[in-house]
Design a protein around this ligand. Structure first.
Ligand code: PLP
Ligand code: ZN
Length: 419
C-alpha cells in the first residue's frame, strides 16, 4: 500500500523519562513512569509525503485541510462537522486600545461546540474509531466535555463525561442535550480527572482527557497551521495562550515547530501562557524554574481553573523552547478583558478565553511584548457558555414604556449604554 503521511509517526516518547514506545502502542501514558507521551514524527519522511502548496490550495476550509498532518491511518473523509478553519482577525480598534500595533485575534469561538476543544475531540474520537472503540470518555472543566459529547454525537459514538458538579450551566446543558452519559463529581476538576482515568481503565473506554491522550495535541496544532497560513506563512512574533492544563499551549507550539521542520516557516513565535492568579501553578513553576506544585484552584475563569496541570512538562518545555513566558492575571482583569474584547471587536469570549487579552495587556506593561510586534491572541471559548460570569459586570438597563418620548428622555439623560 502507498505510504501515507501518518506512517511518518515513528514512536511515542515519554516527556518525563524519555522512554520510547512503538507507533502501535496501546499505552496512552508511559508504562515506565506514568508520564505523558509525545508523538514523534520523522520529518525526512514527512517532507517527501507532504506538499504545502497542495494543502494551501485545498478547498476544505476546516482543519481537515491539514489532515495529511494528522496521525490518522483510516481513510475517514471529511468529518461530519466543520471543526477549525476559524478566522484570524486583524483588529485595528483593539490594537489601538491595547497599544500593540499589529494585534490579531484567532477566534475559535465559532467551532461547532463553541470552543477550541473541538480540534482535539475530533482527532481523538477518530483515533478511537480507528482502534475499534465506540465509547469515548473524558474529564473536563466543561468545554472538552461539551466538545466530546457533540463530536461523539456527530460520529455516532457514545460519550461518557466526568466534570465538577459546579460547571457552568450552559456547558452542562450542551453535554446533556448531546446525549452524553454524565457523572457530576462532588469535587474539583482535578478530582473528576482522577476518577475518569480509573473508570476508563476499568470499563475499557477510550479516554480523551487532557494530557493523558497524545492525540489531543495533534488536533490542537492545527490552529498554529491556520495562523501561519492566514499570515501567508509568516510567523507572528508572539502567540498568547490561555492556560490551564497546558495542552493547548503544547499543541500550538508543536504546530509551529512542525512547520519549521517542514520548511513551511522560518522561525517559531514566542509563546506566552496566561493563567488566572487563583490558578497559576504553571506560572509559579516557570518563575522559580522548579517543579509544579499542585494547588487548590479558585478563579472566575472556570476553564482554566486547574490546580494540578496535567500537561505541565510539555507546557513548560514549550515555553522554554520558544523563549516564551508565563504570567498570571487577576479575575478583575479577565472580566474587564471580556468587555474590552466585545466592545472593540464584537467577539464575546468566556472568561478563560478573554484571559489572553488580559495577558497581552500585562505582557506589554512588563515589556514581554513590544508594541511593534505581531501578536496573536487565542480566543478559545464563547461568552455564551458562561453568561453569568459576565453579566455581573454590567448594569441592567431600566425598562421603558413603548413610546418615543421614553426613548428621547433616556437619550437626553445619557442613558442606554452599558458597556
Ligand atoms: C476556553 C478555554 N480556554 C483555555 C483552556 C486551557 O487549555 P489547557 O487546559 O489545555 O491549558 C481551556 C481548557 O479547558 C478552555 O476550555
Ligand atoms: Zn516515562
Amino acid at each position: 500500500m502507498a505510504r501515507r503521511p501518518a506512517d511518518a509517526v515513528r514512536l511515542f516518547r515519554c516527556l518525563e523519562c524519555g522512554a520510547e514506545e512503538g507507533p502501535e502502542t496501546d499505552h496512552s501514558t508511559c508504562p515506565a513512569c506514568g508520564g505523558n507521551l509525545d508523538m514523534v514524527w520523522d520529518f525526512d519522511d514527512l517532507r517527501r509525503l507532504i506538499d504545502r502548496d497542495a494543502i494551501d490550495r485545498s478547498t476544505d476550509d476546516s482543519l481537515w485541510r491539514f489532515h495529511p498532518l494528522l496521525p490518522l491511518h483510516d481513510d475517514f473523509g471529511p468529518p461530519p462537522l466543520r471543526v477549525g478553519g476559524t478566522p484570524l482577525y486583524e483588529t485595528a480598534a483593539l490594537a489601538r486600545r491595547v497599544g500593540i500595533e499589529r494585534l490579531y485575534v484567532k477566534d475559535d469561538t465559532g467551532n461547532p461546540t463553541a470552543s477550541f476543544k473541538d480540534r482535539a475531540s475530533l482527532v481523538a474520537a477518530l483515533r478511537a474509531k480507528e482502534c475499534g472503540i465506540a465509547t469515548v470518555a473524558c474529564a473536563s472543566t466543561g468545554n472538552a466535555a461539551a466538545s466530546l459529547a457533540g463530536i461523539a454525537a456527530a460520529l455516532g459514538m457514545e460519550s461518557i463525561i466526568f466534570l465538577p458538579a459546579d460547571a457552568p450551566p450552559a456547558k452542562l446543558t450542551q453535554i446533556r442535550i448531546a446525549g452524553a452519559r454524565i457523572f457530576r463529581v462532588r469535587g474539583s476538576y482535578d478530582d473528576a480527572f482522577d476518577l475518569c482515568e480509573k473508570a476508563a481503565a476499568r470499563f475499557g473506554w477510550y479516554s480523551r482527557s487532557t494530557g493523558v491522550n497524545p492525540y489531543t495535541v495533534e488536533g490542537k496544532k492545527t490552529a498554529a497551521f491556520e495562523i501561519a497560513r492566514a499570515l501567508r506563512w509568516e510567523t507572528p512574533d508572539v502567540v498568547i495562550v490561555p492556560t490551564g492544563d497546558g495542552n493547548i499551549l503544547g499543541g500550538i507550539g508543536k504546530g509551529f515547530f512542525q512547520m519549521k521542520e517542514l520548511g513551511w516557516i522560518e522561525r517559531v513565535p514566542r509563546l506566552i501562557a496566561v493563567q488566572a492568579e487563583g490558578a497559576s501553578p504553571l506560572v509559579t513553576a516557570f518563575e522559580t524554574n522548579g517543579a509544579v506544585k499542585p494547588i487548590r484552584a479558585k478563579t472566575v475563569a472556570d476553564s482554566i481553573s486547574v490546580g494540578h496541570p496535567r500537561d505541565a512538562v510539555r507546557a513548560l518545555a514549550m515555553l522554554k523552547e520558544t523563549n516564551g513566558a508565563a504570567l498570571a492575571v487577576s479575575d478583575g482583569a479577565i472580566l474587564e478583558a471580556i468587555r474590552t474584547l466585545a466592545s472593540h471587536t464584537g467577539i464575546f469570549a468566556e472568561p478563560s478565553a478573554a484571559a489572553s487579552l488580559a495577558g497581552a495587556e500585562e505582557a506589554l506593561r512588563r515589556g514581554l511584548v513590544g508594541k511593534n510586534e505581531r501578536v496573536v491572541l487565542l480566543v478559545t471559548g464563547h461568552g455564551l457558555k458562561d453568561v453569568a460570569a459576565t453579566s455581573s459586570l454590567l448594569p441592567m438597563p431600566p425598562e421603558i414604556d413603548a413610546d418615543l418620548d421614553s426613548v428621547a428622555r433616556r437619550l437626553a439623560g445619557g442613558g442606554g449604554k452599558t458597556a
